[in-house]
Design a protein. Structure first.
Ligand SMILES: [Zn+2]
Length: 322
């Protein structure tokens, strides 16, 4: 019996260690973007965000965790623009949610993703948190807003073929947004302009989406070319993650794709970082520019808000990018 309990304990510890490892790796880019965005902030709000940088970084991934427990969460992370538009520029999709729903019906809009408008919602509730000087909610909504803004800048969050499932390019989602930043972001230039106030946040986010959308040809085209010209044995390799051997895209294969993309991942990450900092700053200005060193720390987060603290388990509800 004693032996059995010991074995059980060891398996639980091993499982926990492994789960932590896989989650942490999958969320690498989001955490990096929130972290780097802090350093683009103007001096009025930089000290506050810098002081809480660990929280802002750690909670950059909460919206993805919520996808395992809240059915409405998935559509907030993407917009399948190619359902409406074939090529850039975006000239058939109205920018406002109301006009888009009138043109395509609310059901359709909800089915094919709402990320630009959810960013707008998140910015408004962050402004409210600033107005109420609610430190807990300012931190929570800043971290989450950063996540959605970053998602909107990933080309594969702008297409129905988000994981290459329609073109026999399965796994391209994680390859592009997780594997490449993990391997190569250490060499990216993260010296980025200081954040500015956004007069038209919706316009700004649509411009970011359009850039990502117009790069989809390269994202899919180069991947297809490599898949067809690289021997199977060279595509994958095994890496040690915690106590597990995990199958991953090989370094050489990832390097070849990264080179063909010609800094695209770096450009999308830089655009994300700049956008995140601009959205935080704009929310603060719209929230009346409160003194962030003098906030109310006693207001508690409501039950609904605390949903984010629920740990990830099981499978994502709705679209899964794994
Ligand atoms: Zn996401």
């Amino acid at each position: 019996m004693k032996h059995f309990l010991l074995k059980l304990l060891v398996s639980i510890i091993t499982l926990c260690a492994f789960q932590f490892e896989t989650k942490a790796w999958g969320f690498f880019a989001h955490q990096l973007i929130n972290e780097k965005a802090v350093f683009c902030l103007p001096s009025e709000i930089f000290p506050f965000y810098k002081k809480h940088i660990s929280y802002i970084k750690e909670h950059a991934v909460d919206p993805d965790k919520r996808r395992y427990i809240v059915a409405e969460e998935a559509v907030r992370h993407f917009i399948d623009l190619d359902y409406y538009e074939k090529v850039s520029p975006i000239d058939t999709m109205p920018w406002s949610f109301k006009a888009a729903c009138e043109k395509y019906t609310k059901d359709t809009i909800n089915e094919y993703g709402i990320v630009p408008w959810h960013i707008q919602t998140m910015m408004n509730i962050l402004s409210e948190a600033f107005k109420n000087k609610n430190e807990a909610l300012i931190l929570k909504y800043s971290s989450e807003l950063g996540h959605y803004v970053a998602d909107a800048h990933v080309p594969l969050h702008n297409t129905m073929n988000y994981n290459g499932q329609m073109t026999e390019q399965h796994g391209i989602h994680g390859f592009f947004e997780t594997r490449l930043p993990e391997l190569f972001s250490y060499q990216y230039d993260f010296m980025i302009d200081r954040a500015v106030y956004l007069d038209n946040p919706l316009h700004f986010i649509w411009a970011g989406i359009e850039q990502g959308f117009s790069s989809l040809d390269s994202v899919f085209g180069f991947d297809k070319h490599l898949r067809l010209t690289t021997p199977e044995s060279k595509k994958m390799s095994f890496e040690q993650r915690g106590t597990q051997q995990v199958k991953v895209w090989s370094f050489e294969y990832a390097m070849a794709y990264h080179r063909l993309l010609n800094n695209l991942v770096e450009r999308r990450m830089r655009a994300s970082i700049y956008a995140v900092s601009c959205f935080w700053y704009t929310a603060w200005v719209n929230g009346g520019q409160p003194d962030l060193m003098n906030l109310n720390k006693d207001i508690l987060i409501t039950t609904q808000d605390s949903l984010l603290t629920i740990q990830q388990n099981g499978k994502m509800i709705g679209r899964s990018e794994e």
